[in-house]
Design a binder for this molecule. Structure first.
Ligand code: NAP
Length: 504
């Protein structure tokens, strides 16, 4: 936070009040925009320095809640990526691979602490660039990002205990490509395990949300990580991202994003010998049995689909309700939806913020239109949406059939489809009837049923009587078209390690 925003103890400050008066004055709320010091232009972070792109080009990044420009960001071309990969390769060979684990841990702890110290700044910047409610970026994204660095710092000097009887060795340079829905958190999910295991990284954030990744680079610079250990390049996925993933100097590619791009990368890297992990899309089922604690389930369902505007890979976008309670659950959901506050993402009371980008908004609109054409009924509580920016109201769809596009395709928006079932077997069959397999939620009082269901769900994560719970110690990842590989926990270290003894 700048001194002015805080009401400086040393200088006259913005109000000109004497020191005594200022101490009792209301300062701007800590989440206010003034905490963030936006640069007009952001360069690339390569080899420990901020460098202009060789392309000479920049692109504009905006606030999706207003469409106002926030900053110009460098567009990395092939030459820039070459330099970043070379810097990461040199850092790997000379400054990082052989550093004792406890030394690597110190850097990770420093990053974690800096994230905590600057958490308000990160939270406001994330909200500005992504459109998510401040209470989510402040209470979920940033603390979890710090927790990932803390957790992985703990592993850095204990890798041999994680894999007893084996000799874990790093792979080399990791290309890490992340999406826009949890811009900072996804960087933490990628960088923390890579660095803890002794790899170096070239990170590419999504083009609509590069700012917190660049602030993280600033933190990494301040933490005095050896130059080249972490490099951040910005630019269009189809060019910068793909060139980076294919680069011969890269040993490992970690990608989080859409299933479509995941498939492109899988094809592009086939036969290359590079390690690949893919965290892709989802179409999660939230399954509510008649004996469920219904009010608790309503909160879980609402969190499952409206948290982060539904722009969550594991969002519970399909609700399966046992027929006997379907009417009750639908009625309670409608009442709960009417209480959600949609609007200014920086307002601490906002529950649903802006959609991140126009293309995503159009995709949501299109899928809802298709649902209506296919016979679904729409419920949207009355709410006034801001005139500018990308907005979509919380939406319930009833009368949805399994064959409808909205029940099959990832919507990545605040739209819940309600479907019904009669028996547990039918619930399993319907929930698994999707090309995705990332997560699921089960709501019932019966412990035996939870176990029976969980064993049969084709999903990487199954929550019972809760939803959207994350912890760095829990592995996260998918089956089928939701990708492969795990992030978090001991399992999340494996994709960054050679455990067979073949790595250079
Ligand atoms: P996206 O379009 O696939 O983009 C993800 C990242 O890949 C961005 O940095 C993008 O850069 C880059 N990219 C695009 N085309 C590329 C290419 N041909 N080669 C290499 N990189 C490329 O996905 P998104 O729309 O940002 O994110 C939403 C998707 O992410 C959803 O499907 C969601 O389910 C998934 N997701 C999954 C998880 C998980 O853990 N499973 C977590 C979060 C999100 P540009 O931004 O420049 O296009």
């Amino acid at each position: 936070m700048g001194d002015e925003a805080r009401g400086s103890r040393n200088g006259p400050g913005a109000t000109g009040l004497p020191e005594q008066g200022r101490r009792f004055e209301y300062a701007p709320a800590p989440e206010s925009r003034e905490i963030v010091r936006l640069r007009e232009r952001y360069d690339l972070f390569v080899d420990g320095r901020w460098v202009e792109p060789k392309t000479g080009r920049t692109f504009t990044t905006i606030d999706p809640s207003t469409e106002e420009p926030l900053a110009e960001v460098a567009e990395a071309g092939e030459e820039d990526v070459d330099l970043a990969v070379r810097a990461a390769g040199e850092a790997y060979e000379t400054r990082w691979r052989d550093l004792p684990g406890k030394e690597r841990a110190k850097y990770l702890f420093r990053i974690a602490r800096a994230l905590q110290e600057r958490s308000r700044e990160f939270a406001v910047l994330e909200t500005l660039n992504n459109g998510k409610p401040i209470k989510e970026s402040r209470d979920v994204d940033v603390p979890l990002a710090a927790a990932h660095f803390f957790y992985h710092a703990g592993w850095a000097d204990k890798l041999e205990y994680a894999f007893p009887g084996r000799t874990p060795r790093p792979l080399g340079v990791a290309a890490q490509i992340v999406p826009w829905n949890f811009p900072l958190l996804m960087c933490a999910w990628k960088l923390a395990p890579a660095l803890a295991t002794g790899n170096t990284a070239v990170l590419k954030p999504a083009s609509t949300t590069p700012l917190t990744a660049l602030l993280l680079a600033e933190v990494i610079e301040e933490a005095e990580l050896p130059p080249g250990v972490v490099n951040v390049v910005t630019g269009p996925g189809g060019r910068t991202g793909e060139y980076l993933a294919r680069h011969p100097g890269v040993a490992k590619v970690a990608f989080t994003g859409s299933t479509a791009v995941g498939k492109v990368l899988r094809r592009a890297l086939a036969g290359s010998g590079k390690r690949l992990t893919l965290e892709l899309g989802g179409k999660a089922a939230n399954i509510v049995f008649e004996d469920a604690p219904i009010d608790q389930a309503i909160e879980g369902i609402v969190n499952g689909i409206f948290f982060n505007q539904g722009e969550v890979c594991c969002a519970g976008s399909r609700l399966f309700v046992q027929e006997s309670v379907a009417e009750l659950v639908t009625r309670k959901l409608k009442a709960r939806l009417a209480t959600l506050r949609v609007g200014d993402p920086l307002d601490k009371n906002t529950d649903v913020g802006a959609i991140n980008n126009r293309a995503q908004l159009e995709k949501i609109r299109e899928l809802v239109r298709s649902a209506i054409e296919e016979g679904a009924e729409v419920y949207q509580p009355p709410c006034e949406l801001p005139e500018r920016g990308f907005w979509f109201p919380p939406t319930l769809l009833t009368n949805v059939a399994m064959s409808h596009r909205v029940a099959r395709e990832e919507i990545f928006g605040p739209v819940l489809s309600i479907l019904t079932f009669r028996t547990p077997a039918e619930a399993v069959e319907k929930a698994n009837n999707t090309e995705y397999g990332l997560s699921a939620g089960i709501w019932t009082e019966k412990g035996s049923r939870i176990l029976w269901m969980a064993e049969r769900m084709k999903a990487g994560v199954v929550w019972a009587n809760t939803f959207n719970r994350f912890d760095p110690s829990s592995p996260f990842g998918g089956y089928k078209e939701s990708g492969f590989g795990r992030e978090g926990g001991r399992h999340g270290l494996e994709p960054y390690l050679d455990l067979e003894g073949g790595a250079p």
